[in-house]
Design a protein around this ligand. Structure first.
Ligand code: C2E
Ligand code: MG
Ligand code: MG
Length: 706
């Protein structure tokens, strides 16, 4: 019994009331009293007791009227009401139940019986409340998951559906109450597959798991995921029972995300990712046919200045115009893409340098003509770089790189266009890097160091973590960016050694911060090859143990492509890591091609939305829609969302409005050395405490880790 349970005694006879009170008080209940029905109703409304004991015969309002009035004004129905009837009169008992009483007890009161009935009624009330709460929770969960139940009587072909079907799809359960009726309602392309799957499930008594399109009213089509298993019950030997889930929105979002991930939203042209894919297959075909591929990169000079002077909108219009003039000038079979904000690229299936050169000049000449946007006449110039397969590069990535290098050298020489250098020159650079990298590893990682970029929780502006990022500084070559050398290390199989060094260094740094009272979560990037290393789990455990930190202090960042290489194996490994307490984040989310819904089935803690979606979030409704969709979906699965590459306050405001949990980017803080981060951290909290930036002040400074 809970000591806090309260009982209201409504009884006009003072002596009886006092007696009841003294008996029940001994059992630890909190007692409330009222001298008649009217007063009883007032106390009931005010105190909301857990149980009511009520006399039948009272002045002003009698017990029956009081009870039925009380039933009409209960905030949560089902408060037990026990009536005290004067005699064992059948009609009183009858009337009591009619008025809504739960139980009765006759006067003179049998005290042990009264106590037992009270205890019983309170226990029954607790159980029924728990049941109601559980049921409501289940219903709610089912509703947000857009789920329902169905059953299939396989011998008769009869189908039953929960009412959710009509709510979610508009198809009434009577319309699909038999197998033939269901098949009739299914999209013609899915009928055969479903019929066959149900046939197999029936004959093997195996599980059914099918996604189908249901023809809904008003020519709508709903995607429905059906699962069921053989579940004989109550003499129905061939009964299958299961659940359905309405996934139309999920699938649409997924398609949209996939389209957006491959196209530039402003011009509708393929983006870098898709361009590389198309280029790769063009090169593959050319390789087989002994043909060539030519690619040209066009870079708009000083687009930033135009944006600054005339505004983003004018800049966007300009880009649209340039895209359409490219289409007009170039032959129809040219593939055109927008690789970056001010960078267009094209490729064609031949390597006639003269023709390519002439076409490039035509594009540049056309671009040099004034373009009018609004009242303004704009003069734009572009710089181009040309690269050919196989003369200048052997793969898509290399071809783009070669064209970029050519464009760069044109710029340096102040020429409108330049042609790439033969492949040997590029190879020489790669070889030099490769050699320098091997030497750097032999040099006990002296040329490497880690920098840390803060991650901010938007709800309270607190620094909740940092991401460790590797830096390589060669004495002669200078600082080399990770995307430039990590792939080489991957290829050479050197990444595991560096990865281990990164992991151990990051753990030790975290420990030093913890000792200094700085509590943060450390995100570490795991590269694809490192992820496949069977020793990784052991290295992880050792790094954490040696540094004396908790696994929960570490967040491991893996990319979609890693996860999708071997989904089954990944799920298993991630599950093991999470069991040990490590947190897992998917990095660069959105740039891969993986199925969103599939990916979200991985055991994850966080999703880092790639910078490409954040970059244009202010201007681009479609990028916003994607980020919003991903956020909603991620959050419904309990994942934290982190936006990468936030550079402006406006981007952050949009992200905040969309409901993103955390941000990481140059706006708040660039990646910095450990000592600088400690100073940054202290300065941030001093400012927060002073009430800076409109954030709550005076909260505890040590950040408890979730
Ligand atoms: P990532 O894991 O997505 O890291 C974020 C990258 O975005 C970092 O580049 C960071 O400097 C950059 N960044 C952060 N905020 C902004 C911003 O507001 N604007 C812009 N333009 N960029 C921003 P970084 O350090 O050059 O690293 C690039 C990639 O190289 C990383 O992408 C990661 O994939 C890889 N990488 C970096 N360090 C490591 C490492 O220690 N191990 C492994 N395996 N990979 C690493
Ligand atoms: Mg990362
Ligand atoms: Mg990233």
């Amino acid at each position: 019994m809970s000591a806090a349970e309260s009982i209201l005694i409504i009884e006009d006879d003072l002596a009886t009331r006092l007696l009841i009170r003294s008996v029940l008080a001994r059992h630890g209940y909190r007692l409330l009293e009222a001298g008649d029905g009217q007063e009883g109703l007032e106390v009931f409304a005010r105190e909301q007791p857990d149980l009511v004991l009520m006399d039948v015969m009272m002045p002003r309002l009698d017990g029956f009227t009081t009870c039925s009035t009380l039933r009409g004004c209960e905030p949560i129905p089902g408060t037990p009401v026990i009536m005290l009837t004067a005699s064992d009169s059948d009609s009183d008992v009858e009337k009591a139940f009619e008025a809504g009483a739960t139980d009765f007890i006759t006067k003179p009161i049998n005290w042990p019986l009264l106590v037992a009935r009270v205890r019983y009624a309170l226990r029954a009330r607790r159980t029924s409340r728990e049941l109601v709460t559980t049921r409501l929770r289940q219903e709610y969960a089912q509703k947000i998951a857009r789920m329902g139940f169905w059953a299939w009587q396989a011998d008769s072909g009869q189908l039953e559906w929960s009412a959710d079907l009509a709510e979610l799809t508009g198809v009434r359960s009577e319309q699909v109450d038999s197998l033939p009726a269901l098949l009739e309602q299914v999209h013609p392309d899915d009928r055969k597959r479903l019929a066959l799957a149900m046939d197999v499930a029936r004959s093997d008594r195996s599980r059914l798991d099918q996604e189908i399109r249901l023809l809904a009213p008003d020519d709508a089509v709903c995607v429905l995921h059906l699962v069921a298993a053989h579940h004989p019950a109550q003499g129905r030997a061939e009964l299958f029972e299961g659940a359905f889930q309405e996934l139309t929105q999920v699938r649409e979002t997924e398609q949209m995300v996939q389209h957006m991930a491959l196209h530039d939203t402003l011009t509708g042209l393929p983006n870098r990712k898709l361009f590389l894919r198309l280029l790769e297959s063009a090169i593959e075909r050319a390789r087989q046919n002994g043909n060539g591929v030519a690619m040209i990169l066009f870079d708009i000079n000083r687009l930033g200045r135009i944006n600054d002077a005339l505004g983003m909108q004018a800049g966007d219009q300009l880009l649209g115009r340039i895209a359409s003039s490219l289409r007009q000038v170039l032959p129809l079979d040219t593939n055109i893409a927008r690789l970056d904000s001010d960078e267009f690229a094209v490729f064609v299936h031949h390597n006639d340098l003269m023709r390519v050169h002439a076409k490039t000049e035509a594009v540049l000449a056309r671009a040099a003509q004034p373009i009018s946007i609004g009242d303004e006449q704009l003069f734009v110039s572009m710089t181009a770089g040309i690269a050919l397969f196989p003369e200048h590069a052997g793969s898509a990535e290399e071809l783009v790189q070669a064209a970029q290098d050519a464009r760069q050298s044109a710029r340096l020489q102040a020429k409108p266009l330049a042609i790439a250098k033969p492949v040997s020159a590029n190879k020489a650079v790669e070889l030099k890097l490769e050699f320098a990298l091997r030497a750097a590893l032999d040099d006990h990682f002296q040329q490497f160091h880690l920098v840390y970029q803060p991650q901010i929780r938007l709800s309270d502006n607190r620094i909740v973590g940092v991401e460790a990022l590797i830096r390589w500084e060669h004495p002669e070559i200078g600082l080399v960016a990770p995307p430039r050398f990590i792939p080489i290390m991957e290829e050479l199989g050197l990444i595991n050694a560096l990865g281990e060094w990164i992991l151990r260094s990051a753990c030790q740094q975290l420990r030093r911060w913890q000792d200094a009272g700085i509590h943060l979560q450390m995100s570490v990037n795991i590269s694809p090859r490192q992820f496949q290393d069977s020793a990784l789990s052991e290295i992880l455990g050792d790094a954490v143990a040696q540094a004396g930190i908790r696994p929960a202090d570490l967040k491991l960042e893996i990319t979609e492509s890693i996860a999708m290489q071997d989904p089954q194996g990944t799920v298993e490994l991630l599950r093991q890591w999470r069991e040990r307490g490590y947190q897992i984040a998917i990095d660069d989310f959105g740039v891969g091609y993986s199925s969103l819904e599939y990916l979200l089935r991985f055991p994850l803690d966080a999703i880092k939305i790639d910078r490409t979606f954040i970059k244009d979030i202010v201007e681009s409704p479609s990028d916003r829609a994607i980020v919003r969709a991903v956020t909603v979906m991620a959050q419904s699965m309990g994942l934290t969302t982190i936006a990468e590459g936030v550079e402006t306050q406006r981007q952050q405001d949009y992200l905040d409005a969309i409901g993103i949990n955390q941000v990481q980017g140059f706006l708040f803080g660039k990646p910095m050395r450990a000592e600088a981060l400690a100073r940054f951290h202290a300065a941030h909290y001093t400012q927060l405490q002073a009430g800076g930036a409109g954030h709550p002040s005076g909260q505890c400074l040590a950040e408890p880790l979730a």
